[in-house]
Design a protein around this ligand. Structure first.
Ligand SMILES: NC(=O)c1ccc[n+]([C@@H]2O[C@H](COP(=O)([O-])OP(=O)(O)OC[C@H]3O[C@@H](n4cnc5c(N)ncnc54)[C@H](OP(=O)(O)O)[C@@H]3O)[C@@H](O)[C@H]2O)c1
Length: 317
């Protein structure tokens, strides 16, 4: 039992973009707090949020008040310009206030535009580590050249990237580099917003819902990498393998991901559906044979095209 709880605490991070009611269906704060309590009861100790996820930081801060045993990873997102020291200070103070903490566990810097020189920004963030306001710095969606440059400027501990059997751009060069440089890969989009689950195995075309980020975010990923027919093929194959172990497709996908080199944590998006929470938290209880993991890797490589490094098409490169 203790071993299972440790594995959940080590492997799973709950993604809290889903608290942003502008991108995902609106869930009441009471229901979100209940869901967070359920994750805590399962032994989850890491949560991921961002300055740009609407009410997410504030609700997390309220729900995890006093829980110093839990780590909250937030982000500082700069879409199109280099922030001034004052803007950085404002972001940090805002996150500290929202999260009701004296110190931020981890701030992940998100850069959209590789043409911007982020040297001064990373230097500025490093000062807040020295001042005891931030424990760790991470980055998100950095590609390999950006990360190589960043670690020369600041002590970067992790890179949060999309990683699933559909999107394996991390394997282009990031994975090897992170292993060699001792940087943790934190994987998001592992279930492609829920598309990689039994729910969609019979869908003949991509099901889009209003007010669900799955529709706009992961439909784009799917379109870029091979289209819905490729996902359907994958789901049918995953269903066969999952049946052999009497587990769900999403559990099999989480298992596959947990075995990929360099993956330190899997971020699954918060759901208030208790069955989904249980399914995700129990995913790693089943040992999948190496030949089945290999089969998933092979089929995914056949079905989905990869486009170079992390965040390539999102950045237009
Ligand atoms: N750094 C970045 O740029 C970036 C980008 C995206 C996400 N993220 C982070 O990653 C976190 C996770 O987001 P994600 O996009 O990766 O979400 P995800 O985990 O791929 O999908 C979450 C959705 O999947 C469905 N789901 C969850 N468990 C399921 C299960 N067992 N069976 C069937 N469906 C299931 C639920 O949708 P239903 O409610 O519809 O069932 C849930 O809302 C975010 O909260 C955020 O913290 C970061």
């Amino acid at each position: 039992m203790i071993e299972k709880l440790d594995r959940i605490a080590d492997t799973f991070m709950v993604g809290c973009w889903q608290l942003d009611d502008r991108s995902w269906k609106a869930t009441s704060e009471i229901d979100i707090e209940r869901a967070i309590d359920t994750y805590l009861a399962w032994g989850v100790k890491k949560f991921d949020t961002a300055d740009i996820y609407g009410r997410s930081e504030r609700i997390l801060g309220k729900s995890l008040k006093g829980r110093q045993d839990c780590q909250i990873f937030t982000k500082a997102v700069f879409f199109d310009s280099i922030p001034s020291p004052k803007q950085i200070q404002n972001k940090i103070e805002s996150s500290l206030r929202n999260l009701q903490r004296e110190r931020l566990d981890c701030v992940q810097v998100h850069w959209h535009d590789p043409c911007l020189d982020f040297t001064s920004t990373l230097e500025e963030f490093t000062k807040y580590i020295d001042a005891g306001k931030i424990n760790y710095l991470g980055v998100t969606n950095f590609n390999t050249p950006m990360l190589k440059k960043a670690i020369e400027i600041a002590p970067i501990k992790s890179n949060q990237v999309q990683y699933s059997p559909i999107d394996r751009r991390v394997e282009f060069s990031m994975q090897d580099f992170c292993i060699q440089a001792n940087i943790d890969i934190l994987a998001y989009g592992s279930l492609a917003g829920g598309f990689l689950s039994d729910k969609f195995v019979n869908a003949k075309s991509i099901p889009l819902e209003a007010e669900h980020a799955r529709s706009f975010y992961y439909s784009n990923t799917i379109e870029k990498h091979g289209g819905w027919m490729a996902v359907r093929e994958l789901l049918l194959m995953l269903e066969q393998v999952a049946k052999k172990y009497r587990i769900g497709i999403s559990q099999l996908v989480l298992n596959w991901l947990s075995e990929r080199d360099g993956v330190k944590a899997i971020i699954t998006g918060l759901t208030e559906n208790r069955q989904q929470i249980q399914s995700n938290m129990e995913a790693l209880n089943t040992k999948i044979e190496p030949e089945d993991l290999k089969l998933i890797s092979q089929r995914s490589a056949e079905l989905f095209e990869q486009f170079g490094d992390i965040y390539s098409y999102e950045r237009g490169v």
